[in-house]
Design a protein around this ligand. Structure first.
Ligand SMILES: Cc1cc2nc3c(=O)[nH]c(=O)nc-3n(C[C@H](O)[C@H](O)[C@H](O)COP(=O)(O)OP(=O)(O)OC[C@H]3O[C@@H](n4cnc5c(N)ncnc54)[C@H](O)[C@@H]3O)c2cc1C
Length: 550
């Protein structure tokens, strides 16, 4: 299947953000990549997940420690094809055919297709993206010259995939507890310590690592950012050993190791006192990747659920003809479509605020808020959608002959890495208390709502009413104790998310014609209607044909 052609919503989105020349080029490339993903990459992903998982080769035949990671040949082919398509490279360098740089939006369109079939490998891509971001933005010229061309390789030079090592045994959310030490030895540093969750260990060429210099203060403020090459120039390991690879529930394509650094040669990136802040910027980028991977899994889950419902008979009827099945499919289609649109609103905002320059503080705060909201929401939905896809298949859905179990296993990590839901709730609270982001959010929503044509304003009345509810909620929260605030922060985030995504549904309806208006109507209905009340309208049944069949 061609995953690009199977998803008209993606081209609807891209046409909004890419100018004519870029769109025409991107369309052709994404058609090719969508086919590759829907065929070869999908097939290889099955093998990688089952028999072809990365394996640690700890010692060579002479008993020397080599901490090598074996990757299967098909996976290596997927690496080559994906990076050569410019998923990281064209964010930073010119696309030869059109003589201009790409952007994050195009890269995320590729990421969205890739994560429908191989979300495990989208993790290394994400890490490479974050590494390139950090190096380009904060590395000195010498470092950039030496490493950046490899990190953004599109097949022109040897590829160095990236990695980001923060988490230690004593804390992932609590990065300030990091203990890895950096010793200054003149031109470079030597890093010693343990990194407990190190994805892409053994497969990366360079890693971005947080460590504390001698005499630096405790907590996050004392952390500096370092670039650590995996190997020395002669090919030997750079003071790095992999203790073991994690035996994971999902995302098995990516090797995630426990890494021990023993005087690993490292280069300082940027200002020594700002390492944590740099990493948090990269983390926000990774949270967007997480969002895109989530809507990708949602799309695959929908496609699988639909395909099964159209093939399977029970009690003499096709599954698709049963009202409950129709309701499930309509709800999945509509939610996936709207949340994908919302994710790309976020990506476009990121391109404007961060991708090209360092935007105004207010824009950055609003961006961080939207990232936290959408990362949390879409990760939960990816799990929910995978569950729905399994349910639609009955017993078969639970069996590894089908992709559905892997979808669920892969989706489950999306709520954990890059910040759990609790940590994201705390981020919303921080933004509220420090930057009054609630005011920025409300102003944004109200302004955009006012721009809608009257009939969509009427349809979007729940958004307007909920903004009033949100104001009251915020008043209560602002006057509350720390414990009360943290107790409520996820609820607050959820309300903001529902408001934001509903607005996006209405904005799509304003430009997307009759079908998008229907999508908005159904989305608002499923978002704001009390789920246990009697539903006399039964909109999903009424519009099943337009939404799912057309
Ligand atoms: C497959 C995989 C790959 C990974 N790859 C990497 C990687 O490449 N690099 C890297 O640096 N890390 C990586 N991680 C680590 C990941 O980022 C952390 O697991 C995650 O940030 C959570 O940290 P933790 O595991 O220490 O959990 P903890 O921080 O111990 O959290 C445990 C629970 O407590 C909750 N909690 C913590 N603090 C609070 C609080 N203040 N209030 C309320 N609740 C709280 C959390 O929400 C969570 O539910 C990876 C993890 C996985 C599973």
């Amino acid at each position: 299947m061609n995953l690009y052609q199977a998803d008209p919503n993606l081209s609807f989105i891209l046409q909004q953000y890419l100018d004519g020349e870029f769109y025409q080029w991107a369309k052709k490339e994404l058609e090719d990549f969508g086919l590759l993903c829907g065929t070869e990459i999908d097939e290889r992903a099955v093998h990688t997940d089952r028999e072809g998982q990365p394996r640690l080769i700890k010692y060579n035949r002479y008993g020397d420690e080599i901490s090598d990671v074996w990757l299967n040949e098909g996976y290596k082919k997927t690496i080559e094809q994906t990076y050569n398509s410019g998923i990281v490279g064209y964010i930073h360098k010119k696309i030869p055919e059109i003589g201009r740089k790409g952007n994050y939006l195009y890269s995320f369109a590729q990421g969205y297709l890739l994560s429908q079939v191989e979300p495990g490998f989208y993790c290394p891509v994400t890490l490479t993206m974050a590494t390139a971001y950090l190096l380009e933005r904060y590395g000195n010229e010498e470092l950039k010259q030496q490493f950046l061309p490899h990190i953004i390789s599109t097949g022109d030079v040897e590829l160095y995939e990236g990695a980001t090592f923060l988490t230690e045994r004593q804390g992932g959310s609590d990065v300030g507890a990091n203990e890895t030490k950096a010793e200054n030895v003149g031109e470079h540093y030597l890093l010693s310590g343990e990194k407990y969750f190190a994805s892409n260990a053994g497969a990366c060429g360079v890693a971005m690592v947080l460590a504390r210099m001698e005499g630096a203060e405790g907590g996050t403020k004392g952390l500096s950012l370092f670039l650590v090459p995996w190997r020395n120039e002669d090919g030997s390991l750079n003071g790095i050993s992999i203790r073991r690879l994690k035996d994971k529930l999902g995302v098995r394509a990516v090797p995630s190791g426990e890494v021990v650094l023993t005087k690993a040669k490292a280069f300082l990136v940027g200002d020594a006192s700002r390492g944590f802040y740099y990493m948090m910027e990269a983390l926000n980028l990774s949270r967007i990747c997480n969002t895109i991977a989530s809507v990708g899994i949602m799309q695959r889950a929908y496609l699988e659920a639909k395909s099964y419902a159209y093939k399977r008979d029970a009690f003499g009827n096709r599954l698709k003809d049963y009202p409950m099945v129709q309701e499930t499919l309509v709800k999945m289609r509509v939610k996936q479509e709207v949340e994908t649109s919302a994710s790309f609103v976020l990506v476009d905002f990121f391109d404007k605020v961060v991708g090209l320059n360092q935007g105004a503080a207010k824009d950055q705060a609003l961006l961080r808020l939207l990232i936290a909201l959408l990362k949390a929401e879409t990760a939960e939905e990816a799990i929910h959608f995978s569950h729905e896809a399994i349910e639609m298949h009955g017993g078969n859905g639970y069996i590894e002959d089908f992709v559905t179990p892997r979808l669920l296993r892969d989706a489950q990590v999306l709520t954990v890495w890059e910040g759990t839901a609790n940590i994201l709730g705390l981020e919303v609270l921080r933004l509220l208390n420090k930057f009054e982001v609630d005011q920025l959010f409300l102003k944004y929503i109200e302004q955009e709502y006012e721009k809608l044509p009257p009939k969509l304003q009427e349809l979007g009345l729940p958004v307007k009413v909920s903004c009033e509810g949100l104001k009251e909620f915020i008043e209560l929260i602002k006057g509350a104790s720390v414990a009360e605030q943290t107790y409520h922060c996820k609820r607050l985030a959820k309300l903001m998310t529902k408001i934001f995504i509903s607005l996006v549904a209405l904005q799509d309806a304003a430009i997307g014609g009759e079908r998008k208006e229907l999508v908005a109507r159904l989305f608002l209905d499923q978002t704001w209607r009390d789920p246990i009340s009697y539903d006399p309208e039964m909109l999903p049944l009424k519009y099943f044909h337009q939404i799912v069949e057309e």
